[in-house]
Design a protein around this ligand. Structure first.
Ligand SMILES: [Zn+2]
Length: 442
């Protein structure tokens, strides 16, 4: 947190719950857990009260559910509150606005990965500032002398701007808005800038990390010579085996950040690479059975449901992300006490073959362990009588495509994942500026 943040705390311009619990030397990943729980409880009560008092959207939902803000006496009482769904927010930009329109500072729109009408996310300056200034320096040790390249989309999506302001305002580092495939942002130009300016931290998506590596290769530039402190990845899921490839190519550790346009920062990976530490200063996470809507125990896989703790002007309560995951109650070897969350893909992304659902990330992990396979692939789900998984893939540099190799890969992959597989070896798959398309149906 910055001295500016301290000043604002002193000026009492921030909500009392924030002034009470945070200070320059006290971040959520340093806080004793009882103190953090106390903050979460107080903040939750305030968010729910503001939602009830100022938002017809939530008052109506709470009335229908027969609850009032007073039912919140502990964090587990959150389960008594109604859910908020994506469909309720689509085409309904002002639904969560619990303050005057003149106080709005930032508007984001969802990337539309799950289809349907857009979801607009609105933040006031206070919310935007808090989201940016409350940080996790043990998990994300960004220093003032770091130069961070943000190679994520800045237009329409919140992804680029979110990292940008967090690193710039929250950590007071230097930031370059490199972008990802925008009007001026080509992989070739990005590599030129990387070469000239030598960033210490790069933020991008898994597939774009590979696109940039290919551009570096074309320019005969060795990315490992940069000795980057870290690559932060966001925006797409990725398997441990794919991450390993990115780490080798770039010569640094690669950690993920999990977030969503509608609810902001949710989790940050530590170097143990064993799930996300939940950004417990920002959100409460529940895991809910998508069918029965009951809250599940740690270890049980269900839908990730988010309640935002820093959104007092645009409350978001029990938001159903349609992402799947489970909580991990085991302490992490890194020593950060924040709870951990494991992601298990998206509800809508699951590949269903012969009645069983598979996460593409789970399948990718096996695929990326095959050394002959290149970094670009598509899972083609073949439906109909001969239901099976066709894997359209490039090969690693120097590997020749032969029918024997296709057969060998099909046998290896098929026995690893227990689904009949077919390999189509192609010389080049399209590189997209948008999120990589990993699954198609034919
Ligand atoms: Zn950890």
């Amino acid at each position: 947190m910055t001295s500016d943040f301290e000043k604002r705390l002193a000026e009492e311009t921030l909500p009392p719950v924030i002034r009470h619990h945070f200070s320059q030397s006290l971040f959520p990943d340093h806080m004793p857990s009882n103190r953090l729980t106390e903050f979460q409880k107080e903040s939750l009560r305030e968010v729910v009260t503001r939602a009830y008092e100022n938002l017809p959207f939530y008052r109506q939902k709470m009335t229908q559910a027969g609850v009032k803000p007073q039912v919140i006496n502990s964090l587990s009482d959150l389960a008594k509150m109604p859910f908020t769904t994506k469909n309720e927010l689509r085409q309904n930009p002002w639904a969560l606005l619990a303050c005057d329109k003149k106080d709005i500072s930032v508007i984001h729109v969802s990337t539309g990965t799950t289809g349907g009408q857009p979801i607009y996310t609105i933040e006031t300056w206070k919310e935007y500032y808090l989201n940016t200034c409350i940080n996790y320096p043990r998990l994300q040790p960004i220093e003032q002398d770091d130069l961070c390249f943000v190679a994520l989309p800045y237009e329409m999506s919140a992804a680029g701007l979110d990292f940008h302001t967090r690193f710039l305002v929250g950590y007071q580092a230097a930031v370059m808005a490199v972008g990802k495939g925008g009007a001026y942002s080509t992989p070739e130009k990005t590599i030129k800038l990387i070469r000239d300016l030598k960033p210490t931290v790069v933020v991008t998506s898994p597939s774009y990390a590979i696109t940039l590596a290919e551009a570096a290769d074309e320019a005969s530039f060795d990315l490992t010579s940069l000795r980057l402190k870290k690559i932060w990845l966001a925006g797409e899921g990725c398997s441990p085996a794919f991450r390993k490839r990115v780490e080798i190519i770039w010569g640094t550790t690669v950690n993920f950040v999990y977030g969503a346009t509608e609810c902001g920062l949710i989790g940050i990976e530590c170097d143990a690479h064993n799930g996300y530490h939940i950004a417990q200063g920002h959100v409460l996470v529940e895991i809910v059975d998508p069918k029965t809507e009951k809250v599940l125990e740690p270890g049980e896989i269900g839908e990730i449901v988010i309640t935002c703790l820093l959104r007092f002007d645009t409350p978001l309560i029990r938001y159903r992300t349609q992402d799947l995951g489970c909580l991990d109650p085991q302490p992490c070897p890194c020593g950060v006490p924040l709870e951990r969350l494991h992601l298990r893909g998206r509800l809508s992304d699951q590949i269903v073959l012969k009645g069983t659902a598979y996460s593409p990330v789970y399948l990718e992990d096996f695929l990326m362990q095959l050394p002959e396979v290149g970094n670009w692939y598509t899972f083609v789900v073949k439906t109909g009588e001969n239901e099976h998984l066709k894997i359209r893939t490039e090969l690693a540099a120097g590997v020749k495509p032969t029918p024997e190799l296709a057969e060998k890969l099909a046998v290896k992959m098929g026995s690893a994942i227990n689904i009949p597989c077919e390999f189509e070896l192609v010389s080049k798959l399209p590189r997209l500026a948008q999120k990589a398309v990993r699954v198609v149906y034919e």
